[in-house]
Structure formats: structure tokens, C-alpha cells
Design a protein around this ligand. Sequence first.
Ligand SMILES: Nc1nc2c(ncn2[C@@H]2O[C@H](COP(=O)(O)OP(=O)(O)OP(=O)(O)O)[C@@H](O)[C@H]2O)c(=O)[nH]1
Ligand code: SF4
Ligand SMILES: [Mg+2]
Length: 433
Amino acid sequence: MLRATSKAFRLHIGFFGRRNVGKSSLLNAVTRQHVSIVSDVAGTTTDPVEKPMELLPIGPVLFVDTAGVDDVGALGAQRIEKTRLAVARSDIGVLVTEAGVWGEFEERLLAELRSHGIPVLVALNKADLRRDIAQQVARFAHEKLPWLEVSATTGEGMDAFRERLWELAPTEVAESPVVIRDLVGPDETAVLVMPIDKEAPKGRIKQLQAQAIRDLLDGEASCVVVKDGGLLRVLKNMKSPPKLVVTDAQVFDKVARATPDTVPLTAFSILMSRLKGDLVAQTKAALITDSLRPGDKVLIAESCTHHPIEEDIGRVKIPRWLRQRVGGDLEFTHVKGRDFPRDLSPYKLVIHCGACMWNRQEMVSRIRECQRQGVPITNYGLVIAHALGILERALEPFPEALAAYHEANNEQQKQLFAKAQTIHDAAGPMLVN
Ligand SMILES: Nc1nc2c(ncn2[C@@H]2O[C@H](COP(=O)(O)OP(=O)(O)OP(=O)(O)O)[C@@H](O)[C@H]2O)c(=O)[nH]1
Ligand code: SF4
Ligand SMILES: [Mg+2]
């Protein structure tokens, strides 16, 4: 249900091209999932296949894989119509082709995309076959048509492909990113829980909270803003349950207890991770806290220098909880602002604040650097939710992150089981003796 409202706010990226050039393979490669059926039989994809996902650094997107429309006949006519409709609702059109394949068909497709004012990116797929593309490239240069070579099979060029999509995204996407309006539809209501204690900013609310309210209004939704103490009263007085409750992670446990299980619940810090980070990767990283061992090094980073609440979470609460969980001491390093170690190799995990003072680009580049060095990075809210045992619930509005959570959790269970098995096997002969 939550997803039904979300499509409208996702950037639609359509894959178009003739049969068998690898449109479905490209969709699978960019999403790193098996979404669309691939085969060497021309005409495999018949109806458009849609895949919503979070694509860094753009945010929520909807990929649409279409039928190759170079075929003829009655069935072909229907496919052509469906693909034409998919063209019309695309924000970016990816014209997929391969070396030596560019003719009247591609020219027509290009003209159609352009007639709708849709930015086009040409993906020359099957780069692994190393065929001659000189003629095509000259044609693209003449037209000033953005293009790049990719291989859905080997993954070559896929990072550059994502970057090019970002460059082509309409400026509104960068300027007005989706905070929450994809989760709460027009005429629906969100309840925002904001504890106001002595450490709350004087006379104002936090930036993300203000942004969330504005975003809900932009999406024609309503919101009720309440302190944690008033939540039960608000929920009781509402004629129908809210579409979503969002809370400050500080009072996550209290709010989780007050919110009926049937009402979706999440935290501002999770919205923040989606808005300015990589919710899927940061979710997986939160689970790393389960496998820390005494003596491990953990880096705790804050983007600014002046927030007492975050200071308390980062310096006191999270270290205390992690030490308890690990059953021994851990070595914590605290950094602030741009003072971030170049070499992350000593650390098992980076736990970051929500980075509300930073733009998305800055936080995303920090996340990328951690990933490049193979060190998982998560955020305060995700760690708190996991510590309280409510991360799974808090991720329900985000199917992709929820799937990553389940996957990482299962993986961890398997490892624990294998370890227990090894210990058992090692102990076996001794017991027999
Ligand atoms: N060598 C190579 N083969 C590829 C690549 N991408 C796709 N293929 C192969 O090309 C064939 C067609 O791939 P699909 O992804 O089904 O192509 P499509 O454009 O979706 O085709 P239709 O759905 O029929 O329009 C399959 O046999 C793929 O394995 C690539 O990067 N390199
Ligand atoms: S940038 Fe980080 S530390 Fe500073 S106020 Fe925002 S969340 Fe807190
Ligand atoms: Mg296909």
C-alpha cells in the first residue's frame, strides 16, 4: 500500500531499444537483481517490467524495462503501443543498443523521446565483445548525444552509467528531493513525534523535521506534530489511523510501544539515511554491530561540532550499548566535521550522525569512501533501532532496505550456525572419549 503512492514521486527511467540488445540485462545489472527475464530469443520482454529502487545519488527511481519494438504483426502493434506509453512517462530515456546497431529504428526512437523533451542516454551494451564503435561514436558526437559503453554481462561501465543518469536527472530532482511524500499520499496523514527537551534547538525545530513537514504539504498530505508524551492522545483522537508515524530515534522505544502494530512506524534518522545516504548499505552495516568482538575499533563520526544530543548518543549511549552487547571493551574513536581519517582500515565499523548539516553529495561521497576501503558505515538512528529490536519494523516502509535487512540477518544466522557447528564438531570426539 505504501508503495502504491510512491510511484508518482520516483524518477522514471525507461530502457528502450530493439530486441535482444540487452535492455533487460542492463536493468538487472544496474539493480543488481534478477528483475527482468533475459534470453537470446528476440522478443523476450513483452509487457513493461517496473522496478522501484533507491539509486545513489539520485534517490527513489522507477526503472521501466520495455519490449523491443522493432517487430511487426498484431502482437507487435500492442507492444509498440505499451512501449510508446512508457516513453511518454519517462523522465530519462536510456536508448540501449550495441556496436554496429544503429539505424532508422533508433533514429525514430530518439526523435520520439526528444519530442517529449526527455533527456536521452545511449547505452552501447555488450562492450565485452570489443567490437568497433567508431562510426556510431562519430554520429553521437555530431548530435551531442550523451553515450557510454557498458557491459551488462561483466558490469563494465555500470558505475559511470549511474553517474550519467544522475547528470541527466532534471534539476528539480536534485533541488527538491523526496523526504517523505512518497510514503504518505494526498489526503493522508502522518504523525510526526518530536521530543522537545532542554537540548532541543531554541525556538525552532530540526532541519529535517521542517523539511518533512514541507514535503508532506507539497504532496497534498497532512501531518500532526506532537511531543512523545502526547502521542497516545493524538492516536486515540484520530478518526482513522495515520498512514505513518515518524519519530525522533531518541524516543523510539516509547513511540513503538504507543503505536499499534498495524500502523507503519519509522524514524527521522531513517528518512535521513535515505535522503542523504544509502539506506540499504547503512542498514546492512547496522547489523555488523552483532558481530563485533572485544578489542575491535569503531569510528564514530559527526558532521558538525555543536549538537549536545548527538554528542550524548555518540559518546555515551552507543558505546555503552555496544560494550554491553559485545561483552567486553571496544576501542572508540570520535571525529567531527571534516576531520575524517584517510585510512579506515583499522576500523570494523563507522557509525555516523544523520549529517543533517551536509548536502547529500558530501555524505554520499563519505559513504563511497568507506565502501571503497571496505569498511561498513551506518548511522545513529539505525544502530539505536537495532539495539532496541525495532529495526525490522522501522524499515517496513522501505521494501528494499527491509529485504537487505532480512538477507543480512539470514547470512549472520547462517554464520553463527556454522560456527556453533564447528565448535560442536570439534567437541564431538572429546565427548565420545
Ligand atoms: N556478451 C554480452 N551479451 C549480452 C550482454 N547483455 C545482454 N547480453 C545477451 O543478449 C541477449 C539478449 O539480452 P536481453 O537482456 O534479453 O535483451 P532485451 O533487449 O531485453 O531483449 P527483448 O526483451 O527481447 O527485447 C541475451 O542472450 C543476453 O545474455 C552483454 O553485455 N554482453
Ligand atoms: S550534522 Fe550530525 S551532529 Fe550535527 S546536528 Fe546534524 S545530525 Fe547532529
Ligand atoms: Mg527484454
